[in-house]
Design a protein around this ligand. Structure first.
Ligand code: GAP
Length: 432
């Protein structure tokens, strides 16, 4: 139930309720950067934990890594990122000097801002360059993807963990791209996070392995609570594929006001990456099967953007309905993702016996449900609305009956229904 203003409403809610702020806001901001607030970081961490749990911890064929953001310059030469392969087409207006991504323009001759003539297209490299060391004589880059940290550690993982093919290496971390035109909230930013997997296979089975990952991606999207009708697969046509890729599917989400655009990518990258690093480093990047000769594995790469996932999850969850004759806004987040799972209220703030009991219940629940909140501000109705807006699935109210019979009122976010629950049963009702 989204309309043209839904994304604006989400951005406003995200700021107002402490999910996402403009980066460096008190200094007027820095284009393409966003800061996650207390609730935003909780939501983002919940997404990353769910991903790690599903793709690393619960599988026998996956290994985790956390590699350095700064890498030897040679790694970026070998991966092709310093060359023409990692550029966007840049055009500058001869009149107002504003710069644009040519492939985002409808008319590539005229400036969309002032109507001036646009100059010739230039290839603009997206990597942020930096200098390393006190003398600053060594060049390096902020990584534009986490994938290369995985490839350069392929041998380390094989030597230390002795995995059996097929197996994968996963990592979550920051990536940086000097985007010409950062836009659409956290959709295209200059600093973002990725969750990437490089899955190493015997090249002859690539189609079967690709299909398995395609299914795994759908299972992930379902676990996030994204509805199937909001997701579209874009099978990248052969003439648009990167030179090393034999097949890529972009999974696109239907962002409110924006329409379908990339959420994540699934690519078959052949043996291009390991071969390139092998050639450039002189190290043997091979896998030796129990029987047979060593060979360089091929790679299936599911690559997920954390921030775009946050944006899709917020878009899917944002709901307006009518409750008690008023319009209410709530985030219909899956309980696993909700930044606050349960809020505990004393019915009245000025009754010490209620406050004490409510704090006791809160403290006890917090032992098993750490993402919990205590609220005694305003009336209970207002507290419900505040929790609805941040997606808290359950509210627990402590009243005078609680003091007598150890029962509380549990209110469900989606239906607004309230039921009386014995304290002893509370953790079975609140199931995260
Ligand atoms: N290792 C492959 C790779 O990096 P990509 O399609 O360039 O592939 C993967 O990026 C994912 O990272 C994208 O699907 C998107 O979710 C996220 N991503 C890429 N650039 C981004 C940006 N400027 N801002 C936010 N997310 C971005």
């Amino acid at each position: 139930m989204s309309d043209d203003n839904t994304m604006e409403k989400i951005v406003s809610l995200a700021k107002r309720r402490g999910f996402i702020f403009q980066g460096s806001e008190i200094y007027g901001g820095l284009a393409g950067t966003w800061d996650y607030g207390p609730l935003g970081v909780a939501l983002k961490n919940n997404i990353k934990e769910l991903w790690w749990d599903m793709f690393v911890d619960r599988r026998d064929d996956m290994y985790g890594l956390d590699t350095a953001i700064l890498m030897n310059e040679k790694a970026w030469e070998a991966s092709g990122h310093t060359g023409a392969g990692f550029t966007d087409p840049l055009v500058e207006c001869e009149k107002c000097k504003k710069r644009f991504r040519e492939d985002h323009l409808k008319d590539t001759a005229k400036c969309p801002e002032c109507g001036g003539v646009l100059g010739n297209k230039k290839d603009f490299n997206l990597m942020f360059e930096t200098r390393v060391g006190a003398q600053g004589d060594m060049k390096s880059f902020l990584r534009p993807e986490t994938a290369q940290g995985i490839f350069v550690n392929f041998k380390n993982v094989v030597d230390t963990m002795r995995p059996k093919l097929p197996f994968g290496i996963a990592q979550i971390g920051k990536a940086f791209r000097n985007e010409i035109a950062p836009r659409d909230f956290i959709f295209r930013t200059r600093e973002f996070e990725q969750m990437e997997i490089e899955y190493f296979i015997d090249g002859q089975y690539w189609e079967q392995e690709f299909d398995k990952w395609r299914e795994a991606v759908w299972a992930w999207l379902k676990a996030l609570g994204l509805s199937e009708e909001n997701i579209k697969e874009y099978d990248v046509p052969a003439d648009e594929l990167a030179h090393y890729s034999k097949r890529t599917i972009d999974f696109e989400y239907n962002y409110p006001g924006k329409g379908h655009d990339e959420l994540l990518g699934l690519a078959y990258r052949t043996d291009h990456d390991l071969k390139s690093h092998m050639e450039a480093s002189g190290e043997k990047l091979v896998y030796t099967p129990a029987e047979g000769e060593p060979f360089t594995p091929h790679v299936i790469e599911p690559s997920f953007g954390v921030d775009r996932t946050v944006m899709a999850v917020l878009s899917e969850a944002y709901t307006e309905d009518k409750m008690d004759g008023e319009t209410r806004v709530f985030l219909k987040l899956k309980p696993e993702l909700a930044p606050v799972k349960v809020a505990v209220f004393p019915l009245l703030k000025n009754r010490p016996e209620l406050l004490e009991k409510a704090w006791d219940i809160y403290t006890e629940l917090k032992k098993t449900i750490p993402q919990i909140l205590f609220d005694d501000n305003g009336n209970v109705g207002k507290r419900y609305r505040r929790q609805d807006e941040i997606g808290t699935p359950w509210c627990v109210t402590v009243d005078f009956d609680t003091l007598e019979d150890n029962t509380v009122t549990v209110r469900d976010r989606d239906t607004g229904e309230q039921k009386r629950v014995a304290l002893i049963d509370l953790v079975t009702v609140i199931r995260v």
